[in-house]
Design a binder for this molecule. Structure first.
Ligand code: HEM
Length: 411
């Protein structure tokens, strides 16, 4: 029997875990679908997601207030926040013209030259992580590799000593949870404490870079200048750095783990990549398309709109389903297949579209490409280990495996 849309609760843990069939039904029956009893309009097809991304004045990224909900009015939370710097909207949660200015300045720091310089460093981090478990023939890949790579890269680039990496992980997790928009009041309070602790920590690193710049991303950010523009101030820099943690860590971790799982589950595709490592770049894009670590993203609808023939009133919330767009059969043939040679894979929406498209795309691609090159070179006969349920975190926006036990032979 053909499934119908009303069968699915898109907010339920079951659909968050396995959204493939529900998304396919949404694309077919109602590509713009108001979730029953909510002001949320879900947008599921490739073309309509791209259309919404192209209209930032209508589908706005000014959603930070909505995420905080009542927490903004809570006296205790306000008192905690007051001990830090104001939380200004800069990139992800800003609209033009504010967004335009910040994006220009941050683009300067994420230059191709900077990313290329990081490459040798990435390779060293990758090999160090693999060294820790290579002789055992097994690892829990998420914890022992996936988390460590982006976290070490970004904390090195932000001038934190390696001893403080655990702090960065804690902050990054707290900020990512908040992005899901489902925190209780107590969790919001805990998050406020984390934000302020992070701000004070990073403020000290910013001062160090102002006084003596180094060859790293944080120095580039502190010193970024565009003619006629004043440099970024402390609150702005803190906001940007906070977003780099939210946006860059979990997403890259999740792509790495998904990639290893796809290789294990698709031995013929793995054999192709082993035979021709030049395919790794394309394979990374295919992993991003199929897994779509930023599976959905919010927009606030600022004006009455019509999308795909459906009226969306001002004040509604839109949920862009990037993960669904990436499996849209009108764009990708056999969309659920893992095909390392897929020709049009670069069209995917895993890094978003339009003015907010991912500023860290080049960096995370580099991390993934180096990681898979070294994993394939150093580990053969990759296989699943014991005790895997292959379940994902229950997060509406960020998709990622909770754990992945693997076994392998040392190459
Ligand atoms: C596989 C890894 C990654 C994925 C899948 C990913 C995905 C995305 C997506 C879909 C967006 C667009 C959000 C929207 O339209 O509202 C985005 C924006 C962003 N990403 Fe990434 N990202 C990744 C890695 C990174 C890294 C490594 C960094 C930085 C170190 C980063 C920083 C950002 C920032 C700051 C934004 C906001 C840009 C803006 O609003 O102008 N991301 N990312």
């Amino acid at each position: 029997m053909t499934a119908t849309l009303s069968q699915f609760n898109f907010m339920s843990p079951e659909v968050v875990e396995d959204p493939i069939q529900a998304n396919a039904v949404a694309r077919r029956e109602a590509p713009v679908y108001q979730l029953p009893g909510t002001p949320i309009f879900m947008i599921s097809t490739y073309d309509l997601i791209a259309e919404a991304c192209a209209q930032p004045a209508v589908f706005s990224n000014d959603f930070s207030g909505a995420l905080q909900g009542n927490a903004r009015e809570d006296e205790q939370i306000k008192a905690v926040i007051a001990t830090g710097w104001p939380q200004v909207n800069t990139l992800l949660t800003a609209d033009p013209p504010v967004h335009t200015r910040f994006r220009k300045l941050v683009n300067l720091a994420f230059s191709p030259a900077r990313v290329n310089k990081v490459e040798a460093h990435v390779e060293k981090i990758v090999d160090d992580l693999i060294d820790r478990f290579i002789d055992t023939g097994r690892c829990e890949f998420v914890k022992e590799f996936g988390v460590g790579l982006p976290l070490t890269v970004i904390s090195d680039q932000l001038g934190a000593p390696r001893a403080d990496i655990a702090l960065f992980k804690q902050w990054s997790d707290a900020f990512a949870d908040r992005l899901g928009g489902m925190l209780t009041r107590d969790q919001e309070l805990a998050c406020a404490h984390q934000v302020v602790a992070f701000q004070h920590y990073m403020k000290a690193r910013l001062e160090e870079r102002r006084e003596s710049p180094k060859d790293d991303l944080l120095s580039d950010l502190v010193n970024a200048r565009i003619e006629d523009e004043r440099p970024l101030d402390t609150a702005e820099l803190l906001s940007i750095v906070q977003q780099l943690l939210v946006a860059g860590n979990e997403t890259t971790t999740n792509s790495l783990a998904a990639g290893v799982l796809y290789l294990i589950q698709n031995p013929a595709e793995e054999a192709k990549v082993r035979a021709n490592p030049d395919l790794i770049k394309n394979m990374v894009e295919e992993v991003l398309r199929l897994e779509t670590p930023t599976n959905s993203m919010w927009r606030v609808v600022k004006q009455d709109a019509v999308l795909g023939g459906v009226k969306i009133p001002a004040g509604s919330t839109a949920l862009l389903r990037f993960g669904s767009g990436n499996r849209d059969e009108s764009r990708f043939a056999q969309p659920d297949k893992f095909d390392v040679e897929r020709r049009n894979v670069h069209m995917h929406l895993a890094f978003g579209r339009g003015i907010h498209s991912c500023v860290g795309a080049m960096l995370s691609r580099k991390e993934m490409q180096v990681a898979f090159r070294r994993i394939l070179a150093r580990m053969k006969n990759l296989r699943l280990g014991a005790d895997n349920d292959l379940k994902h975190h229950t997060n509406l926006l960020l998709r990622g495996l909770k754990k992945l036990n693997i076994e392998f032979d040392k190459a």
